[in-house]
Design a protein around this ligand. Structure first.
Ligand SMILES: [Zn+2]
Length: 95
């Protein structure tokens, strides 16, 4: 998630903290402000954890002979499959 989105969410949380929940539950308010896909209490907690400590993941790009890490540009032969980029260590999510 881009830093600007996290700042916007933090700003909205601060504004809400100085206002009121207007009858809305804390869980529902947090789910709405953080745009949690899963608004259960577990989903909201996962969303908050991801906002505080964003997961390091990347997609890999392909060319004819190699995979290329979008995060670091590391490149390796496309017959080798990795769960994590062998150069920067981010988790590869689209393989
Ligand atoms: Zn990498």
């Amino acid at each position: 998630m881009p830093t600007n989105d996290r700042r916007a969410i933090a700003g909205e949380l601060r504004r809400k903290a100085n206002d009121s929940l207007d009858g809305e539950s804390l869980q529902r308010t947090l789910a709405r402000i953080t745009d949690a896909e899963d608004s259960s209490w577990r989903g909201v907690m996962h969303r908050l954890a991801d906002l505080i400590d964003p997961p390091l993941t990347c997609n890999i790009m392909y060319d004819d002979n190699s995979f290329i890490c979008e995060k670091c540009g590391g490149e390796w032969p496309n017959e080798i499959r990795f769960e994590y980029c062998p150069y920067c260590g981010v988790e590869i999510v689209n393989d």
